[in-house]
Design a protein around this ligand. Structure first.
Ligand code: FAD
Length: 401
């Protein structure tokens, strides 16, 4: 019996192998990852770990003993370079490893700036892997000048850490505003103010022409308006691309991610996929979710289905972002929204998204109650009254009745 092989030892891969054992699977399980460390959580990489407020051990999702105790073989520090779906094998260095069923949890890769515009200069960093953070840590000294390229969550979180450490931070966003792809103008306005109050300079609608360097190391940036900025280092947060190359080379269907059916199966019946690398149909659209919650839930669902459960995946999207002392919590997906209702109660604020009159998502800013209630409303399929939401006198819990 060849057993189950899982390629990609991150959030989804770790959850998947744990769930296989929790569900009673007793055959061989092998988890393969190209990073030379135990599977770890990424969110702190742009938050507490980058700030220096979190020990390395606390990043690890499970201790090494967990995998040993559960009889899970870990193969870390080496990439799978090919899948042969006909022979049911994967290639790992000189080895060929057989599988009965294979799961791909290969995550995603940060988009890089092309070398032609200075993306390969020393002092230009991505925020994806532990090794990225460890490499940039020495740059975070007070007074140094940081350029952040990209005003999404990753760029904003890195900017917040740098500002807290006393760096001079400039963030540029080529689109008309920060968080354009993921949040309403109301949420973006709040975030912009928050950053400006902490001394971060934010330029929106301003692209990068190129990074400039001396002796192979970044010294500055030329911006689309012709201005020039002197910088000591740069962080690039311009989105990710799903890790589909193995799947593509193996002939699996790829459509904005490794395409899976409602159970998490790819176009090859013996190969499954979960996490950032996948795309799946949600409310009639093929989407990709880049979140911890999706990685865990989808991986656990796939584990059960590999053992024959036949359970469709029904995501309940939620996400969070920590910047300074502000905690943003998001429940639902705001795709296609056409109305925003703002609720302000003291320091707590929330933005409620409606699409065609239906409640679809909430951004809760330092407002855990709004987040909890919004999440419950979505789970229950209840429609809150916009006027009641906007009224600070409304006790949100009454909306759940
Ligand atoms: P990953 O965790 O990326 O794991 C994939 C693994 O597979 C990687 O180790 C990769 O190197 C490996 N791999 C790829 N190809 C191969 C191969 N051929 N052979 C072997 N190994 C391979 N989400 C939230 O919900 N909230 C947050 O606040 C949040 N903050 C984030 C902050 C940062 C800095 C980052 C980078 C992400 C953040 N996310 C957040 C997103 C979240 O971390 C990801 O959605 C999640 O990690 C996806 O899990 P995954 O297992 O699909 O991919």
């Amino acid at each position: 019996m060849a057993g189950i092989v899982v390629v990609g030892a991150g959030q989804a891969g770790s959850a998947l192998v744990a769930k296989l054992r929790a569900s009673g699977y007793e055959g061989p399980v092998t988890l393969i990852g190209d990073e030379p460390v135990l599977p770890y959580q990424r969110p702190p990489l742009s938050k507490k770990y980058l700030l220096g407020d979190m020990e390395l051990e606390r990043l690890f999702l499970r201790p090494e003993s967990f995998y040993a105790d559960k009889g899970i073989t870990l193969r870390l520090g080496q990439a799978v370079t090919a899948i042969d779906p006909a022979a049911r094998t994967v290639t790992l260095g000189d080895e060929v490893i057989a599988y009965d069923q294979l799961a791909l949890t290969t995550g995603s890769e940060p988009r890089a700036l092309p070398a032609a515009i200075g993306g390969d200069l020393a002092g230009v960093y991505a925020v994806r892997r532990l090794s990225d953070i460890d490499a940039m840590a020495p740059e975070f000294a007070a007074g140094r000048r940081l350029l952040v390229v990209g005003g999404g969550y990753i760029g904003l979180e890195a900017a917040a850490v740098a500002a807290q450490k006393g760096l001079n931070v400039t963030l540029i966003e080529a689109a008309p505003r920060i968080l354009g792809r993921v949040a309403a103008p109301e949420t973006a306005d709040f975030m912009r103010d928050l950053h400006r109050r902490h001394g971060v300079t934010i330029h929106e609608g301003l692209g990068l022409t190129r990074l400039v360097g001396k002796n192979g190391r970044i010294t500055g940036a030329e911006l689309a308006d012709g201005s020039r900025l002197d910088v000591d280092f740069a962080i690039v947060g311009i989105g990710i691309t799903p890790g589909t190359s193995l799947a593509e080379a193996a002939g699996l269907t790829v459509d904005n991610g490794i395409a899976v059916d409602e159970q998490g199966r790819t176009s090859d019946p013996a190969i499954w996929a979960a996490g950032d690398c996948t795309s799946f149909v949600y409310k009639g659209n093929r989407i990709r979710l880049e979140s911890v919650q999706n990685a865990i839930d989808q991986a656990e669902n796939v584990a059960e289905n590999m053992l024959g459960a036949g359970k469709p995946y029904a995501p309940m999207p939620w996400f969070w972002s920590d910047q300074y002392d502000m905690k943003l919590q998001i429940a639902g997906l705001n795709t296609g929204y056409d109305q925003i209702v703002t609720r302000i109660v003291g320091e707590a604020r929330s933005h409620w998204y409606f699409a065609g009159g239906r409640f679809v998502a909430v951004d809760a800013l330092n407002d855990p109650r709004a987040y909890m209630v919004g999440k419950r409303l979505l789970e229950m399929g209840k429609e809150p009254d916009p006027a009641a939401l906007a009224n600070p006198e409304t006790d949100l819990k009454t909306l759940l009745k």
